[in-house]
Design a protein around this ligand. Structure first.
Ligand code: C2E
Ligand code: MG
Ligand code: MG
Length: 729
C-alpha cells in the first residue's frame, strides 16, 4: 500500500472486541481519518502488517490475545514498532498504565472518554509521529551530510598534508638549486635564460639579473666553432640530452672549462617546457689531470721524459730498426762526482745541478733524439737515426758520448763551487742484438755498460755493452747494497796496527777498518774498500773512521802526547767541500791535539785532482795535522808534490819490503825512497815487515819506522789501547 502522510488522510486502526464500544468514536473520527476496525488481536496484527496504519487505538481487554500481547508483537517487529499505539481501556489502575507504557504505548485513554479528547490525542500523536519521522529523516540527512563532511574533512586534511609536502619539496628544491656546487641554468624553449643559481654566478661572474632573458651564447668562448654547437643541439633534439666539456668565458673574459649536461624537459603533451643545463667547473681538475698525465711520462725535477716514455719511444725505434733491418744506439750516462757534491753541499744544490744540466743537454739535442732521466744522476739519450750497419751506429754513439762529456765538463765549470768537477761516464748499447730483442733488454744492456764505465772510471771513451758485463755489474750492485746496509747497521769496526821505532818502541798505529758481518764474520777492507770507492760509500766510511780515530785520540792527549794515529782517507772523501771543516770539528769535539793525527793519502789521490787537494791539505796542515803518502813507490811518484805538499811522512809499500832481501831492484828502491825522504825531511814508515831479517836490514839502512806482522797484527782498537797502557806516563 502506497500511502503517505502528505497525500492521504491518516489511517487509524481501532481494535476492540466489542465493536459497539468504538462505533460512536469511529464515526466521529471518520471526518478526519480513514478508519479500519479489528475485533481481536490476531486480525488486528494481520491488518497492521497489511495496511500499516498511522496509529492504533488498541483495547486492552480482549479475549484470546489481549491488547498487551498485540502491542508486544508489534514492538518486536521493526516494521511495526514505530506505529504509535494508544491503549483504550476501562482499566484505570496506575500499574496497568505503567505496564502499557513499558510495552511501548504512546498514550493511555481510559473509558469512558470524550471523542474530542481522543481526536486531540490522536492528532497529537500523529503529529508527534510525523515530527519524529521528519526528525529521523532530518537526522539521517544530517548524518549523511556529516559523513560527507567528515569525508571531505579527511580529504582536506590529506590535501593540506600534500600541500605541505609539496611546499617542503619546493623549499628543498630551491635550497638544493641554490646550494648545489654545480652551476644550473634553465632556459625557456626558445633558449632564453629564465633561472640560474648561485654556483652559476660564482663560475660565470654574471648575476641572475644580468643574464635573465639572455641567450646562453653570452658565455661562449672562441674555443668551439659553430659545428660544435650545431651537433650539441642536434643531440638535444634527437635524444633530449647532451653531455660534454665546454670552454666558456666568464664576465671578466677568463676561459673556464665546464662539464655540462643539458636536458630538455617536456610536459605531458611532449612539448618542450624548458632546458636545464647543469655544469661544474673542471678547469682545475683538467690541470691536475694534465699534470698527472705529464708526471706519468716525465720526471718532475727536470721535466725530461722518464723511463716509461723512453721505453715507449725506444719501442717505436726498435720497431723501425727491425723493419728496416738497421741499427740504432741508446746511451746511458751518469755524473761522476755528483754524489760527493750531494753529500757535502746538500741535495738542493744537487737538484739544481741536474735541472740546469738537463736544460743544457736538451739544447744540444738533434731533431728526433730524446733525452730522458732514468733516476738520480742517470740519464739516457736515444738517438733516432737508423743506420744500415752497426759500426755506423757505434760511430754515432761515440760522437754523442763525446758531446755529452764535453757539455758536462763545460757545465761543471759553471757550478758555484769550483771544488767540484763533474764528469760524464757513458755506456752505450747498439740495438737490436737479435731480431727479437725486447726494449727492456736494450735499456738494461746500455745501463750495464754505463755501470761498467762508472766503476772502471774509464775516462774519455764510451763503454759499449759486452755480453759478460751483465753478471759482474749485477753482483757489484748487490754488494754495494749489502755494504750500505752494514754501515747503516753499525757493523764497521776500528782496528789498530802498531808502528814502531827501530828499538821496538811504539810510535803510534795505523787505523784500519773492518766490517764485522753478522754471518760472514770479519771482512777485510781489501774486500770492500775498492767497492766502496766506486760510490759515495767510501765517503761515509772515511768520515766514520776520522770520527772514531779522533775519539780514540782525545783521551790520549795527556797520557800519550807523542803517540800518533794514522787514518786512511781516499780521494773521493778528500774532494768533499767540507772535508777540512769536518775533520776540524772532530778534532775539536774530542779535544784532540791535531799533531797526533796523521792522514794517509795515496798518490792517486793527488793525481786525481791536485789543485783541489792541495788547498785542503795546507789548511789542515796549518792546524797541525800531518800527512803521509801511503804505498809510496807504486804509483806516479812525483817529486813535484813532495816539494809542494805539506807532507811529513812516506810509507814504503809492502811489496818492496817483502822482496827487498831477494830482489836488488827493490832494495835499491827502498834505499832511494829513504834518501829522498831524508832530502825532503820526511819520516819513513816501512810497511809489511814480517821477518826479523827485514827488520834488521831496515835498522841498518835508514832506520825507518816499521809496521808489520813481525811487531803486531791489526787488532781491535780497545785491545791495542790496553796493550800500550803499561807504558802510560
Ligand atoms: P794500507 O793503508 O796500505 O794498510 C796496510 C795494509 O797492510 C793493511 O791491510 C794491513 O793489515 C796490511 N799489513 C800490515 N802489516 C802487514 C804484514 O806484515 N804483511 C802483510 N802481508 N800485510 C800487512 P788491510 O787492513 O787489509 O787494509 C788494506 C787496505 O785497505 C789499506 O792498505 C788501505 O789502503 C785500505 N784501508 C783500510 N782501512 C781503510 C780506511 O779506513 N779508509 C780507507 N780509505 N782505506 C782503508
Ligand atoms: Mg794505510
Ligand atoms: Mg799501505
Amino acid at each position: 500500500m502506497n500511502r503517505t502522510l502528505s497525500t492521504a488522510r491518516p489511517l487509524l486502526l481501532m481494535v476492540d472486541d466489542v465493536p459497539s464500544n468504538i462505533h460512536v468514536l469511529a464515526q466521529s473520527l471518520q471526518a478526519d481519518f480513514d478508519i479500519m476496525i479489528a475485533t481481536d488481536g490476531p486480525s488486528a496484527l494481520a491488518l497492521i502488517h497489511k495496511e500499516r496504519p498511522d496509529l492504533i487505538l488498541l483495547d486492552v481487554m480482549m479475549p484470546g490475545m489481549d491488547g498487551y500481547e498485540v502491542c508486544k508483537q508489534l514492538q518486536r517487529d521493526s516494521a511495526t514498532s514505530h506505529i504509535p499505539i494508544i491503549f483504550v481501556t476501562a482499566k484505570s489502575e496506575v500499574t496497568a498504565e505503567e505496564y502499557g507504557f513499558k510495552l511501548g504505548a504512546v498514550d493511555y485513554i481510559t473509558k469512558p472518554f470524550t471523542v474530542s479528547l481522543v481526536r486531540a490525542r490522536v492528532n497529537t500523536h500523529l503529529k508527534l509521529k510525523s515530527l519524529i519521522r521528519q526528525l529521523e529523516e532530518a537526522n539521517q540527512r544530517l548524518h549523511y551530510k556529516l559523513c560527507l563532511l567528515e569525508k571531505q574533512h579527511t580529504q582536506m586534511l590529506n590535501y593540506s598534508t600534500e600541500l605541505e609536502e609539496v611546499r617542503e619539496r619546493q623549499k628543498l628544491f630551491s635550497q638544493v638549486f641554490e646550494s648545489t656546487n654545480d652551476g644550473v641554468m634553465i632556459t625557456d624553449p626558445k633558449g632564453n635564460i629564465i633561472a640560474v643559481n648561485g654556483a652559476f654566478t660564482r663560475f660565470s661572474g654574471y648575476s641572475e639579473e644580468e643574464v635573465l632573458g639572455q641567450p646562453p651564447r653570452i658565455l661562449r668562448s672562441e674555443r668551439h666553432d659553430e659545428c660544435f654547437y650545431r651537433e650539441m643541439w642536434q643531440s638535444i633534439k634527437s635524444t633530449g640530452h647532451w653531455t660534454g666539456e665546454v670552454w666558456n668565458k666568464n664576465k671578466s673574459g677568463e676561459l673556464y672549462l665546464e662539464l655540462l649536461t643539458i636536458s630538455a624537459v617536456h610536459d605531458e603533451n611532449e612539448t618542450i617546457k624548458c632546458y636545464i643545463g647543469v655544469f661544474s667547473d673542471i678547469t682545475q681538475l683538467r690541470e691536475v689531470q694534465q699534470r698527472m698525465d705529464f708526471l706519468t711520462w716525465h720526471d718532475p725535477l727536470t721535466s725530461l721524459p722518464n723511463r716509461l716514455l723512453l721505453t715507449d719511444r725506444l719501442s717505436q725505434l726498435l720497431g723501425n730498426t727491425c723493419r728496416q733491418e738497421g741499427f740504432g744506439a741508446l746511451l746511458v750516462f751518469g755524473l761522476q762526482g755528483f754524489s760527493n757534491l750531494c753529500v757535502t753541499r746538500g741535495s738542493a744544490l744537487g737538484d739544481k745541478v741536474l735541472a740546469d744540466l738537463s736544460q743544457v743537454l736538451i739544447g744540444s739535442l738533434a731533431d728526433g733524439d730524446s733525452l730522458a732521466r732514468l733516476e738520480g744522476d742517470q740519464f739516457a739519450m736515444l738517438l733516432s737515426q737508423v743506420h744500415e750497419r752497426s759500426e755506423q751506429a757505434s760511430d754515432a754513439a761515440h760522437q754523442h758520448a763525446d758531446g755529452i762529456r764535453a757539455l758536462v765538463a763545460q757545465f761543471s765549470g759553471t757550478i758555484e763551487s769550483d771544488l767540484f768537477q763533474l764528469r760524464a761516464a757513458v755506456g752505450a748499447a747498439i740495438y737490436p742484438d737479435s731480431s727479437e730483442e725486447a726494449v727492456s733488454s736494450v735499456i738494461s744492456r746500455a745501463e750495464t755498460a754505463y755501470f761498467r764505465a762508472k766503476n772502471t772510471g774509464s775516462d774519455g771513451a764510451v763503454v759499449f755493452f759486452e755480453t759478460h758485463m751483465g753478471e759482474r755489474i749485477e753482483q757489484r750492485l748487490t754488494d754495494e747494497h749489502r755494504l750500505r746496509l752494514g754501515i747503516q747497521q753499525g757493523q764497521l769496526r776500528v782496528y789498530l796496527q802498531s808502528q814502531v821505532y827501530s828499538d821496538g818502541q811504539v810510535h803510534g798505529a795505523e787505523a784500519l777498518v773492518r766490517w764485522e758481518h753478522p754471518e760472514e764474520g770479519l771482512i777485510s777492507p781489501a774486500a770492500f774498500i775498492p767497492l766502496a770507492e766506486g760510490s759515495d760509500l767510501i765517503v761515509q766510511i772515511d768520515r766514520w773512521m776520522i770520527d772514531q780515530v779522533t775519539a780514540l785520540l782525545g783521551p790520549l792527549r795527556k797520557s800519550h802526547p807523542k803517540l800518533k794515529l794514522s787514518v786512511n782517507v781516499s780521494s773521493r772523501c778528500f774532494q768533499c767541500d767540507d772535508f777540512v771543516g769536518y775533520t776540524e770539528q772532530c778534532l775539536q769535539r774530542y779535544n784532540v791535539a791535531p799533531s797526533q793525527l796523521v792522514i794517509e793519502v795515496t798518490e792517486s789521490t793527488m793525481l786525481d785532482n791536485i789543485d783541489r787537494v792541495v788547498g785542503k791539505m795546507i789548511a789542515l796542515a796549518d792546524s797541525g795535522v800531518s800527512f803521509s803518502i801511503d804505498d809510496f813507490g807504486t804509483g806516479y811518484s812525483s817529486l813535484y808534490y813532495l816539494k809542494s805538499l805539506p807532507l811529513t811522512e812516506l810509507k814504503i809499500d809492502q811489496s818492496f819490503i817483502r822482496d827487498m832481501l831477494n830482489d836488488p831492484n827493490d832494495a835499491e828502491l827502498v834505499n832511494v825512497i829513504m834518501q829522498i825522504a831524508s832530502r825532503f825531511k820526511l819520516s819513513v814508515v816501512a810497511e809489511g815487515v814480517e821477518t826479523k831479517e827485514q827488520a834488521d836490514y831496515l835498522r841498518e839502512n835508514g832506520q825507518p819506522l816499521m809496521q808489520g806482522y813481525l811487531f803486531s797484527i791489526p787488532e781491535p782498537a780497545a785491545q791495542w789501547l790496553k796493550r800500550i797502557e803499561p807504558r802510560k806516563g
